[in-house]
Design a protein around this ligand. Structure first.
Ligand code: HEM
Length: 400
């Protein structure tokens, strides 16, 4: 799909129906049924194969012949330079042993046990933020609740002073918006790297009990210690991935729950199952995951040639009626743990246990402590981040 560009190639489907801002483009229903591996023209300018069925998506994401060398959502960013090699330390874009080396150094930081140990802290900051919120007549749920909780947690883990949040929260939003121009994007990433670089130097001189310090030490125990650039890129990636994703999920889940009040009992009865279903239904990584074939492969019966691009459309796989009955309905009682919202295969989300706990605690506590929670007024569609790599809300005015 790199050389033979046809004028008839359809555009990448991004239109959410006006009737339901949680549903992906209705084109996916037809594609899954009729053309599960179909050519599309991406906003970045190249053509790709769009893979829309659940089983084919899992096969794509598990296939080591399909490279992650371009970041997962770059097919949506006009002007992206696909010839550029990934930055050292950009875990999400590395393949094979280069990728496993970094993943091995980080995996111990994200075990279920370590994440469960954070639950009391997550509960405490959740309670504190709800106390502060309900003391007022109304609040912006994004700024007052959904963003600070995951942001505080990742700062605590990494050893980043939360007081410095102005140095990275706004830049994260810029970096994750497909409409940000390249100059602004470059400057935002540079500021994030400068900030993390300063912290890395501090931890090298004076280690503490935090992830950055342990990462430096762990690298030094191997025959290939982490270079400064790797540490900075890893730290910056974790900082951004650690708060923007979950923050958007908290805000969007709240709206989905308020629109489906019959589901609230199921949320409190089984927060674990409820969060899996919300992850499936909402698929906040909204444009799928980009891969490139390193050799000829067969996907869903179609041949994809070496060098061609594929997009594993997780937003479509999570709505595949062959796997989930009545897939466009949110049903918190269903068993959705095998959803694709955290990806699948070698790059499956490293922070997923942390995200799960944050979502469980934040959503159950919010809706228990503020049972009268409601929107101040109906949400205009413009408040939904339709051009951001991670779907969510810009603001969410609520009262209770
Ligand atoms: C609801 C919240 C989250 C969602 C929806 C999410 C989604 C994803 C997805 C789909 C991938 C796979 C990308 C690919 O295959 O190309 C991924 C990878 C990753 N996520 Fe998350 N994530 C979330 C929370 C987090 C958190 C809290 C952290 C860190 C604290 C995190 C860190 C990472 C990292 C480091 C990777 C790359 C792993 C690798 O390449 O081996 N994520 N995430």
């Amino acid at each position: 799909m790199t050389s033979t560009r046809s004028v008839d190639t359809p555009e990448f489907p991004v239109a959410r129906p006006d009737s339901c801002p949680f549903d992906p483009d209705s084109a996916f229903t037809r594609l899954r049924a009729e053309e599960p591996v179909s050519p599309v023209r991406c906003p970045a300018g190249m053509d790709a194969w769009l893979v829309s069925r659940y089983e084919d998506i899992r096969a794509v994401l598990a296939d080591p012949r399909l490279s992650s060398r371009a970041a997962s959502s770059q097919h949506m960013v006009p002007g992206y330079d696909f010839e550029r090699s990934p930055n050292p330390g950009q875990i999400i874009q590395l393949d094979g042993e280069e990728h496993s080396r970094l993943r091995r150094m980080l995996i111990g930081e994200f075990t279920v046990r370590r994440m469960e140990a954070l639950r009391p802290y997550i509960q405490r900051i959740t309670d504190e933020h709800i106390d502060a919120m309900v003391a007022k007549p109304e609040a912006d749920l994004v700024a007052d609740f959904a963003l600070p909780i995951p942001s505080l947690v990742i700062c605590e883990m990494l050893g980043v002073p939360y007081a410095d949040r102005a140095a990275f929260q706004d830049d994260s939003v810029l970096l994750l918006d497909t409409e940000t121009d390249w100059e602004t994007r470059g400057a935002a990433w540079q500021r994030t790297c400068d900030y993390i670089g300063g912290l890395v130097r501090q931890r090298q001189a004076e280690p503490r009990d935090d992830l950055l310090s342990r990462l430096i030490a762990r690298g030094e125990e191997t025959d290939r210690p982490l270079a400064m650039e790797e540490l900075v890129t890893l730290g910056g990636t974790l900082l951004i991935a650690g708060h923007e994703t979950t923050a958007n999920m908290i805000a969007l889940s709240t709206v989905a729950l308020l629109e489906n009040p019959a589901q609230l009992a199921a949320l409190q009865a089984s927060p674990e199952a409820a969060v899996e279903e919300l992850m499936r239904y909402l698929t906040v990584i909204q444009f799928g995951l980009l891969r490139q074939a390193t050799e000829d492969v067969t996907v869903g019966g179609s041949t994809v040639k070496a060098g061609e691009w594929l997009v594993a459309a997780i937003q479509s796989g999570n709505r595949d009626g062959e796997v989930y009955a009545d897939p466009d309905t949110v049903d918190l009682g269903r068993q959705a743990r095998t959803h694709l919202g955290f990806g699948f295969g070698a790059h499956q989300c490293l922070g997923q246990q942390l995200a799960r706990i944050e979502l469980q605690v934040a959503l159950t506590t919010l809706l228990r402590r503020a049972p009268g929670l409601r929107l101040v007024e109906p949400l205009p569609l413009s408040e939904f981040k339709s051009s951001a790599i991670i779907y969510g809300l810009r603001t969410l005015p609520v009262t209770w």
